[in-house]
Design a protein around this ligand. Structure first.
Ligand SMILES: Nc1ncnc2c1ncn2[C@@H]1O[C@H](COP(=O)(O)OP(=O)(O)OP(=O)(O)O)[C@@H](O)[C@H]1O
Ligand SMILES: [Mg+2]
Length: 418
């Protein structure tokens, strides 16, 4: 329900206050009484007023002075004021702050019709102002709602575009995967035969030149077999062996393996592990392959660019459903023209014989088969960031929670004085 408009009536004589209220009795308003200038100032601060009716002649602080002080408050600057005076005077021109124009005069004895007429006009103005303010509030809040809806829409649009791109990418890779696995199976058998026969011949041959040629045949066949193995793991035809492991341990073992060869090459690996990472169900061998590929790519890129570099590996729980592992290097980065192609099989920028271009496509296949995501980001020239996200199940989350509790209790118990 709307509050009634409040009218402040100020007069040092109680009977005058009652008389004014009686004249305005049929109006749907609430009266706020004050019997001195000081009291009027206090009431002005406490109430949201529609109009003030002020007696001019009052002891201590007269009506003009009272209004002067009232106008110091911003909220009261626009308050319509009607002076009630026995003698008509021009003194009100001295009052600062009457520029609002909302000032009127009534002479005593008060003519009830004139007073009611003036009060009614000011009340109408007040109601009009109040409804304008309300509408303004509604407009502002609808405007805010609209802005929020717009930004939500923009976000949804971005998300949709991203998922669409991901869908295209995975459809493309799935089609290539099918083709590749068929070809790889067909090629695998003759390769095995060539490699086996080369080995048999190597055992009997005496002639050095023939031996050398057979060595080349054998080692090149071995290279081809490795490529086929990679193709098959990209197409994920091999059986996956899953167990609950802590990703931190996997990365640590891989990083250790890699650091043996790194000091000479000035490549520094910095690791930041989340100690409360829940164990998740993965194929350790496959994931090691992913992490090794990412570390190899980064170290090669940094070495080629400036002979040294820093690779930061970080694990964390992105939220209750995801473990996130990021690899941030300070190598050359990946240019926008090729960044969408790097997960395609055989895409490489390396020289012939130096890279097969299968590393990242294998990583993509493995992470997808784990229900996760892998993405690359790069500001050209400022290094590359590869982010792997792997899902956490509810059971895994609960288990991690109990383990955290247990560890906390053990530490607390150990810390208690004997
Ligand atoms: N950290 C990185 N910094 C810069 N470029 C990268 C990085 N990682 C990958 N790339 C780019 O992505 C391409 C594809 O990588 P991918 O691992 O699939 O194949 P490759 O490394 O070229 O070959 P292989 O993995 O068989 O040795 C690379 O040739 C390189 O251009
Ligand atoms: Mg690679």
């Amino acid at each position: 329900m709307k509050n009634k408009p409040k009218i402040l009536i100020v007069d040092d004589k109680f009977e005058n206050l009652v008389a004014l209220e009686r004249i305005l009795a049929d109006m749907d308003v609430e009266f706020v009484r004050a019997m001195s200038g000081n009291e009027a100032l206090a009431k002005t601060l406490e109430n949201d007023l529609a109009i003030a009716l002020l007696d001019v002649q009052m002891p201590e602080m007269d009506g003009f002075e009272t209004v002067y002080f009232m106008r110091q408050d911003q909220r009261v600057k626009q308050l319509p004021i009607i002076f009630i005076s026995a003698i008509y005077t021009e003194d009100y021109h001295q009052i600062k702050g009457i520029e609002t124009g909302a000032i009127d005069f009534i002479t005593k004895p008060v003519n009830p019709d004139i007073l009611r007429g003036k009060v009614r006009i000011f009340l109408e103005l007040y109601e009009y102002k109040r409804s304008l303010e309300e509408q303004n509030g509604i407009i502002t809040s609808s405007h805010n709602d609209l802005e929020q809806a717009l930004s939500r829409l923009e976000k949804a649009h971005e998300e949709l575009t991203r998922s669409h791109e991901q869908l295209l990418q995975s459809q493309k890779l799935a089609a290539i995967g099918k083709l590749v696995s068929g070809v790889a199976h067909e090629v695998n058998n003759p390769l095995m035969a060539i490699s086996g026969h080369a080995q048999l011949l190597l055992e009997d041959v005496e002639d050095e030149a023939t031996k050398e040629s057979l060595d080349v045949i054998y080692s090149e066949t071995k290279r081809a077999t490795d490529i086929v193995q990679n193709l098959l793991s990209f197409a994920r035809t091999q059986k996956s062996k899953r167990s609950h492991v802590c990703i931190n341990d996997l990365i640590e073992s891989i990083a250790k393996l890699r650091t043996y060869g790194l000091p000479k090459s000035n490549i520094e690996i910095m690791i930041e592990f989340d100690p409360y990472l829940p164990k998740i169900e993965v194929d350790s061998q496959q994931l090691k392959q992913v992490f090794l590929n990412l570390i190899n790519n980064a170290t090669q890129a940094m070495k080629d660019e400036h002979g040294k570099g820093k690779l930061a590996i970080q694990t964390c729980r992105a939220n209750d459903e995801t473990v996130q592992i990021s690899f941030v290097d300070d190598g050359p980065g990946i240019s926008p023209e090729i960044i969408d192609r790097i997960f395609e099989p055989f895409f490489t920028t390396k020289d012939i014989g130096k890279g097969t271009g299968l590393g990242l496509s294998i990583c993509y296949g493995i992470i997808q088969s784990h229900g996760g995501k892998i993405r690359a980001e790069s500001i050209d020239g400022k290094g590359a960031t590869f982010t792997v996200e792997l899902p956490i199940t509810n059971d895994e989350l609960e288990l991690a929670f109990y383990e955290e509790q247990l560890e906390f209790e053990t530490v607390t118990a150990a810390g208690q004085p004997q």
